[in-house]
Design a protein around this ligand. Structure first.
Ligand code: GFB
Length: 316
């Protein structure tokens, strides 16, 4: 019988689906995985969250549930991102405490780092200055997870920690143009440009740079963190600095994967957001020096193939 019950909140989203796939491939007899979504509980409500924990009695939690979105959704809903995520995080971590959860791993984002900084940023710099204004609400709510983790550790000796994620993409992403992140947005746009013989439009100048991470790579790292990483301080799970690419470069990879041959244009009336958030993954590399990330080009091709095969089901 499984001695560990691992509850994954936000378990049907981009990262949850990837963790489910990898956990199945690397199944261990002492682990029972439970993937839950907003259909199982409204984590903004304390009573619902308590009922969920009462039902599953988790020993471990991967906390992914969050109001998320790309730059443009963040800009349009800053205060909603703050309030919704604050409520969810407070309820989930308090239930982890109440139900004596042995370990909880939550997500921060590279958007928590100071907007004005030297690069690369690392885990020691999250309180140095305020995050970029475009994602102020989301970023501060994410930062408060670290405050909760430290608080529960100091006062109650809980083993709650967090991982800092850069821009994630992969199968089961949100391909919606207004709400989603850049890679799924570009894939959806390039697909329709090809189908309708229309120009492909990249928003902004294309010069901002990002360390994109494939959801299936992230899933392997997340499971490692749950099993092995025992430190309250966050750890950056990001590709190496030299694998950072510009939005323009990533758009070219999408165009190639889709096989679009028409005109490519930039809409520079759209925001660029933060120019860079380059994160140093030396702490991760100290633990996992040989971890191999999927090359971005290959990961984009796999995501494009998934999108086309699952077009009717894909969130968009
Ligand atoms: O993924 P994204 O929306 O967010 O990427 P961030 C925004 C960048 O891609 C900007 C450009 O430079 C945009 O101008 N871009 C070009 C596009 N075309 C498109 C498009 O079709 N859709 C979108 N969305 N952008 C994310 C945060 O920031 O970083 C998350 O939104 C999280 O909350 C994550 O914190 C780490 O990369 O700027």
């Amino acid at each position: 019988m499984a001695s560990k019950v691992i509850l994954v909140t936000g378990g049907t989203g981009l990262v949850g689906k990837a963790i489910e796939k990898v956990a199945k491939e690397e199944a261990r007899s002492d682990e029972k995985w439970v993937f839950v979504s907003s259909k199982d509980a409204n984590l903004e409500l304390e009573a619902d969250t308590l009922a969920l924990f009462e039902k599953h009695k988790p020993t471990h939690v991967i906390h992914l549930a969050a109001m998320v979105g790309g730059l443009f959704r963040n800009m349009a809903h800053n205060i909603d991102f703050f309030r919704v995520n604050m409520r969810i995080n407070d309820n989930v971590l308090h239930c982890c405490f109440k139900y004596n959860v042995k370990k909880c791993v939550s997500c921060l984002s590279t958007s928590v780092f100071p907007a004005n900084s030297t690069y690369p940023v690392d885990e020691t710099m999250i309180y140095d200055d305020v995050p970029h204004e475009s994602e102020f609400g989301f970023s501060f709510a994410k930062l408060m997870i670290d405050v909760l983790n430290r608080g529960y550790h100091r006062q109650h000796n809980c083993n709650f920690t967090s991982v800092i994620l850069s821009n994630v993409f992969g199968p089961h992403d949100n391909f919606n143009l207004e709400d989603g992140h850049v890679i799924p947005g570009l894939i959806n746009k390039a697909y329709h440009s090809k189908m309708n013989n229309k120009p492909f439009v990249i928003w902004g100048t294309g010069s901002p740079r990002r360390q994109f991470i494939y959801s299936l790579d992230l899933a392997r790292l997340f499971i490692w963190a749950l099993r092995e990483y025992d430190d309250v301080s966050p750890i950056i799970l990001a590709v190496d600095e030299e694998d950072e690419v510009s939005i323009k470069e990533v758009a070219e990879m999408v165009v190639e994967a889709i096989g679009f041959q028409g005109e490519v244009i930039h809409d520079t009336s759209k925001s660029d957001g933060q120019f860079r958030k380059t994160a140093n993954n030396a702490k991760l590399r100290k633990y996992l020096p040989d971890f191999k990330f999927t090359p971005t080009k290959q990961a984009i091709k796999e995501t494009v193939d998934w999108f086309i095969e699952n077009y009717d089901l894909a969130k968009k």
